[in-house]
Design a protein around this ligand. Structure first.
Ligand SMILES: C[C@H](O)[C@H](O)[C@@H](O)C(=O)CO
Length: 506
């Protein structure tokens, strides 16, 4: 039995995984060993609410540590077998700074905080986008670690001056549990400071930014053993020294590990607060086209690369709901989806990746403003707004899927695997199949947590490799298939969608 902590942008969970032999006659998978399935049990769920301090947005990192400890206690005392190992995965790019005595110097910034505004452009005047992409292969997003660090540099941040080491969120929480500092590679790749070909920090780049390379620990591969719970933590929680593994700690890396693909050439969409759509490749794609389309080559498990693009995702819906809740509307997500289903199709379109949607004050008004400035019908009701968001998201998925295909230059993907909490939104899954004109295979829901679990089992030697892991997942969790409908309407919608985006750009 192993224990996974998956920290998402809105909530965290502790999940216990068990590999069980399958009874006679049950399909299942098993190389040398008897057929098995993976069962999961969520034993602790907790909110992950960022905290506003004055002008700035921070993660409540000590609260997250407290919740992780609650999860360990619950797992240890839940009368299960001994916990063989545990691991943590979380969102990317954010970090904590610790001083030479190992003390955390302050609460990490939230990547949606405004302190990085304008910094990406400033860094591009120092280092060209071409140069930076040729080295790191990472997409240009204003909150990438490189821009957060440069913003601190510009502010002459005391924290940065006193810092001895930079630890990404899972690195930091793992350090609090084990007392051991280790930098995990998949998350390190999201900093836009790591050379994609060598897998080493780009020291020349750090010098240009006047950021000391000594801040960064050499990255370790996903699956590396990372010590065990420290004596202090064991004493505090009354638990044994459970081994800790550095899995694919970037939650998207774990989600991609959990994609139940039977074939080597597959396309995935990890669907949660963010939508991450792409494929898995052996070598980074550092072409001018990949740069122009702002694709990224984030590190994957097993030395692979995740060639993907960030799409704004269900953050758009989450923020509409948060705003309407504040205004007392109190509609649940299922109610919002139902209203969207009843709304008029293709009333208007938005570019979900327009910068205005990253962290607006009032998301519904931001959607209305986009429709108004592009001369389209301006939605009035929550149903109309959410429908426009979901239709536009799924059409953007088509754009990114076709660009992924063109970048890898292999045969057409036969369909799209969707994983993550977003697949609970069945309307979005169906819209996505309609928009791409191919089947969508939706499942598992807990993509990141399950990817975390199987990489632990691979590190423990219980699963022989990623393909066996994916086969076990395919036989252990429900996968719903959505077949494309209304092909002509969606084809026409795709044309209009692209026209709207072009118009908005100029
Ligand atoms: C910034 C986002 O967190 C990141 O790009 C995304 O991949 C992620 O981590 C989603 O949870």
């Amino acid at each position: 039995m192993v224990l996974a902590f998956d920290l998402g942008a809105s909530s965290g969970r502790a999940v216990i995984g068990k590999l069980e032999p399958l009874g006679d006659g049950e399909g299942g998978v098993g190389g040398a060993t008897a057929p098995r399935r993976l069962t999961v049990e969520e034993i602790h769920r907790f909110p992950n609410d960022p905290v506003q301090v004055g002008q700035h947005l921070h993660w409540d990192i000590l609260r997250l540590l407290h919740e992780i400890k609650q999860g360990i206690v619950k797992a240890a005392h839940a009368g299960h077998h001994a916990i063989e190992s545990l691991a943590i995965d979380s969102w990317a790019v954010d970090f904590g700074l610790v001083d030479a005595s190992g003390q955390l110097l302050g609460n990490p910034y939230h990547y949606r905080d405004h302190h990085t505004e304008g910094v990406m452009e400033e860094v591009s005047s120092l280092i060209s986008r071409e140069e930076l992409f040729a080295s790191t292969g990472i997409q240009f997003l204003p909150f990438n670690t490189i821009y957060q660090l440069y913003a601190l540099k510009k502010q002459e941040s005391l924290q940065l001056q006193q810092a001895d080491k930079l630890l990404m969120i899972p690195d930091l929480l793992r350090y609090f549990l084990t007392g051991l500092m280790l930098s995990e590679g998949t998350n390190a790749s999201t900093t836009q400071l790591l050379n994609a070909r060598t897998g080493k920090w780009d020291t020349a780049l750090l010098e240009q930014l006047r950021v000391p390379a000594s801040l960064l620990l050499p990255p370790s591969a996903a699956g590396t053993s990372a010590g065990s719970l420290s004596a202090e933590v064991c004493a505090e929680l009354g638990v044994p020294a459970i081994p800790v593994i550095a899995v694919g700690e970037h939650d998207t890396a774990s989600a991609v590990a959990a994609v139940p693909a039977a074939e080597e050439h597959f396309a995935y969409l990890s669907c949660g607060t963010w939508s991450l759509l792409g494929t898995e490749v052996k070598e980074p794609v550092l072409t001018k086209q990949a740069l122009d389309w702002n694709f990224t080559n984030e590190g994957g498990v097993n030395g692979t690369f995740r060639l993907l693009r960030n799409i704004m995702g269900l953050w758009l819906v989450q923020e509409c709901k948060r705003t309407w809740d504040k205004e007392g509307l109190g509609l649940t997500f299922p109610q919002l989806v139902e209203l969207a289903e009843q709304a008029k199709p293709f009333a208007a379109f938005i570019d979900p990746d327009d910068a205005g949607f990253l962290n607006p004050v009032h998301m519904p008004e931001q959607v209305q403003a986009y429709c108004s400035r592009t001369g389209q019908y301006v939605p009035q009701t929550p149903g109309e707004i959410i429908r426009i968001v979901l239709e536009s998201l799924s059409l953007q998925y088509r754009v990114v899927l076709e660009r992924t295909e063109s970048l890898v230059g292999k045969q057409r993907f036969s369909g799209l695997h969707m994983v993550g909490g977003g697949i609970n939104n069945k309307l979005l899954c169906q819209f996505t199949a309609n928009a791409i004109g191919r089947p969508v295979w939706a499942g598992p829901v807990e993509g990141s947590a399950i990817g975390n679990l199987v990489v632990q089992y691979m590190a423990l030697g219980h699963i022989s490799g990623i393909q066996e892991a994916r086969d076990i997942i395919r036989h252990s969790f429900p996968i719903d298939t959505y077949r494309p409908e209304d092909g002509q309407e969606w084809e026409q919608a795709f044309v209009t969608f692209q026209e709207v985006i072009q118009k908005a750009l100029f």
